[in-house]
Design a protein around this ligand. Sequence first.
Ligand code: G3P
Length: 217
Amino acid sequence: MKFFIDTANLEQIKEAQDLGVLDGVTTNPSLMAKEGITGHQNILDHYVKICNIVDGDVSAEVISTDFEGMVEEGEALAKLHSQIVVKIPMILDGIKAIKYFSNKGIRTNCTLIFSVGQALIAAKAGATYVSPFIGRLDDISTDGLNLISEIANVYDNYAFNTQILAASIRHTMHVIDCAKIGADVMTGPLSSIKGLINHPLTDIGLEKFLKDYKKGN
Ligand code: G3P
């Protein structure tokens, strides 16, 4: 399972990278705005900064909603850095753009996936990743994890190469449940990754080991 961090915060990206388990970064316009990154050139510069911190894929989202605009933006994003994956919304022109990029060998992440049908057509178009938003489904009393299972089942049936990138992960249990289901990638906040490390019995056990060592020395 690949671990992506879902933020545009450079300190957090660096902290996750330094842990040694980070495989990539996902961003979106809301996450950029949260860090105060506004203006076209500033956003492009920020993507390059992120690419220079991490080794893996960095999703950069287009703002256009028409085919021509998405193609123009996506091509410019892809030229920024070899690690950039062009993030395209799940809309009709987005499917056309994903097909276009797939034919050109430019990697894509189809975002705002909320149904199996959307994941199916994105895979047909050749998306590298699909991003089902599990937290936002949970928010409206719909089982987000079930969507991951259903997409995994459909992709297995036809051996699609598209990777399931479980997004809108909110906490550590989401990460664990996605791993059990077999999501290819998870993207979440730094806390959802660091939370995997914690267990009170580990802390108690370590404290005792260290105390016992001191007894003998
Ligand atoms: O990766 C998608 C993510 O940024 C959305 O997360 O928590 O806003 O639903 P959230």
